[in-house]
Ligand binder design. Sequence first.
Ligand code: COI
Length: 345
Amino acid sequence: MHPKEKPDVNKVKFGSVFTDHMFKMNYTVNKGWHDPKIIPYQPVTLDPAAMIFHYGQTVFEGLKAYRTEDDQILLFRPDQNFQRLNRSSERLSIPHVDEEEVLYYLKQLIALEKEWVPKGEGTSLYIRPFIIATENNLSVHPSACYTFMIILSPVAAYYPEGINPVRIYVEENFTRAVKGGTGTAKTAGNYSAAYNAQNEATKQGFSQVLWLDGVEKKYIEEVGSMNVFFKINGEIVTPALNGSILEGITRKSMIELLKSWDMPVVEKRLSMDELLEAYNQGLLEEAFGTGTAAVISPIGELIWRDQKMKINGGETGNVSKRLYDTLTGIQTGKKADSFNWTIQV
Ligand code: COI
């Protein structure tokens, strides 16, 4: 096999180019997870009755490997991703993987593909571990067999706006997730369930939507496919994890950073009414989304019903900027990693 040509990541669409190899292992009831191997990147052959096609039993993760200035390769908190993968799997009745074993194979895979980790501001190798149900059966029950794979994609910024503020509106029609549903799990259906709203937002010239709770349509949950933060009167507020919000690892890292800077940060239920009130009093200072793919996406304008909130004059705020610089600094080895978040491959 000839290695593929490496692209200029700044010219390719996010997640559209893949490296030369992938990781794969299978699960059966008798053998458990078995036959782990790194193989050339290749299509997967499945029976049309494979349960993944019918009932959506699948989970995934997203993390990144970064190239430092002196050509070390760093992974950012991969233990957190594999812990969350197992929590997602629990929700979807998928068997756990051995977190240390999959991390070991991830490191092997990245070491083999290290030439694929791009260099340059905002670039990285996006890592997509995922599990699919592979039993061939149409009756509705958890699959008896699964395949776990890891594929790798060199990427630049997720949103064309980069760290420039986006315009969003509050979604009042569609719901992303509800408590007791699958919102905290990283599973395919949560993302495809958001497409209609995203399409409408795009059509109207907005970047994303702000998601409210599915029951009362009152409380703020997420923005696009990211967690959301606000700076209100000097305090950083993010919606408390409530059983429908994804437990973002970037979210968690931002909270830990803010605490280390002695900045007031609270996780609490936050309603649109409260947010608008803060805005009207001139107290809404910043708003931003956080996630692995984009790191930070500041919100410059937020529309709710007939109210238009222009935040921080439509500019990236100081807290957003400081969090972005610090987190990406740690991830790329430019700043001291006093939290021991990164591991070297
Ligand atoms: C993220 O990393 O922020 C996401 O959730 C987007 C990803 C599914 C591409």
